[in-house]
Design a protein around this ligand. Structure first.
Ligand SMILES: N[C@@H](CCC(=O)N[C@@H](CS)C(=O)NCC(=O)O)C(=O)O
Length: 316
């Protein structure tokens, strides 16, 4: 790390992240899709200290799981560890600083955990993952929300029955246009693809700003839902990373969208949430790993953002 990459390295990095981009475009194509069920209908029962979340602090999808774990008060039930922030061919790595807490030092990569579960595994090595159980964050957060209630310190329901169809429909729009839209813009191979992704991103942000000018949360005026969490982990990366690195630079979310900014502050200020935000991992991951779009690997120093200001969202 540190030096400018050769053409061959850039080509390899491009191919590696093309595969990630392809998978993200297609949505739920992850491999381990088991469910933890409190009714005992699967082999995975909710239990204290049985499950571990392998995350990358850098990853917006893994970040969802960290946030829901805190909001539900499951810190004493489910442990987690983070991989190193640098992602390259070979996948997410364990290091001395970021070890795999469950296996010996022979486990150098997250891939080792996958192959332990399935020796023939040759699919994508993504985070978050729990070995064997599930590596699809949208499903992991549903399990954390509903299946661990007998241990959870907080009784909130992020996917309440009466709001499910609205949550599903906003997720279906926010995912392609914004969560993944920023990646489509950043990894675009031509002007047309970039512009189409860019327009989706700002169409979605404009729409969200309008919603949040009328109500406290994305789906409901009073009830925080998983749709908010899925949105927030993208928003928190927007100004520091996506504006420059992925060229989503029409507006800044913390300057040009006052309602979105207040909403980001409110969630950031919820108990335990700011500790899930590791801006060092986030910035270093994107700016250093994606050498095909940032060959010098220089990590910008800014921006300075204050998430601790009064959010005033309780006006609704
Ligand atoms: N659908 C997956 C996507 C997760 C994902 O693609 N994560 C990226 C990092 S942000 C990753 O781990 N990429 C590694 C790779 O593609 O090998 C989820 O939400 O859990």
């Amino acid at each position: 790390m540190g030096s400018v990459n050769s053409e061959k390295q850039i080509e390899e990095t491009t191919m590696f992240f093309d595969r990630t981009a392809e998978r993200l475009k297609n949505g739920l194509t992850t491999t381990f899709r088991n469910w933890i069920k409190r009714d005992g209908s699967t082999e995975f029962k909710p239990e204290l200290n049985r499950y571990h979340l392998y995350v990358s602090y850098a990853c917006p999808w893994a970040h969802r799981a960290l946030v829901v774990r805190i909001l539900k008060g499951l810190e004493h039930v489910i442990s987690y560890s983070t991989v190193h922030w640098f992602l390259e061919e070979g996948g997410w790595k364990f290091t001395k600083e970021y070890p795999d807490p469950h296996h010996s030092e022979d486990f150098t990569h997250l891939k080792n955990v996958y192959t332990l579960s399935d020796p023939n595994y040759d699919g994508n090595i993504t985070v978050p993952t729990q070995k064997i159980v599930n590596n699809e964050s949208s499903e992991i957060i549903r399990m954390l929300n509903s299946e661990f209630n007998e241990y959870a310190k907080n009784s909130l329901d992020l996917y309440p029955e009466q709001l499910r169809s609205q949550i599903d429909s906003i997720n279906d729009e926010v995912y392609p246009k914004l969560n993944n839209g920023v990646y489509r813009a950043g990894f675009a191979k031509n002007q047309e693809a970039y512009e189409s992704a860019f327009n989706d991103v700002f169409y979605m942000l404009d729409k969200i700003e309008a919603i949040l000018s009328k109500q406290r949360y994305l789906v409901d005026n009073k009830i925080l839902t998983e749709a908010d969490i899925r949105l927030w982990t993208t928003l928190i990366r927007f100004d520091p990373v996506y504006v420059t690195h992925f060229k989503c630079n029409k507006y800044l979310v913390t300057k040009d969208y006052p309602n979105i900014y207040g909403y980001m502050c409110e969630i950031y200020q919820m108990n335990g949430i700011k500790e899930t935000v590791n801006m060092f991992h986030i910035k270093n991951h994107y700016f250093q790993s994606h050498t095909h779009i940032n060959p010098t690997k220089i990590v910008p120093l800014g921006p300075e953002i204050d998430y601790t200001k009064p959010h005033k969202r309780d006006k609704f």
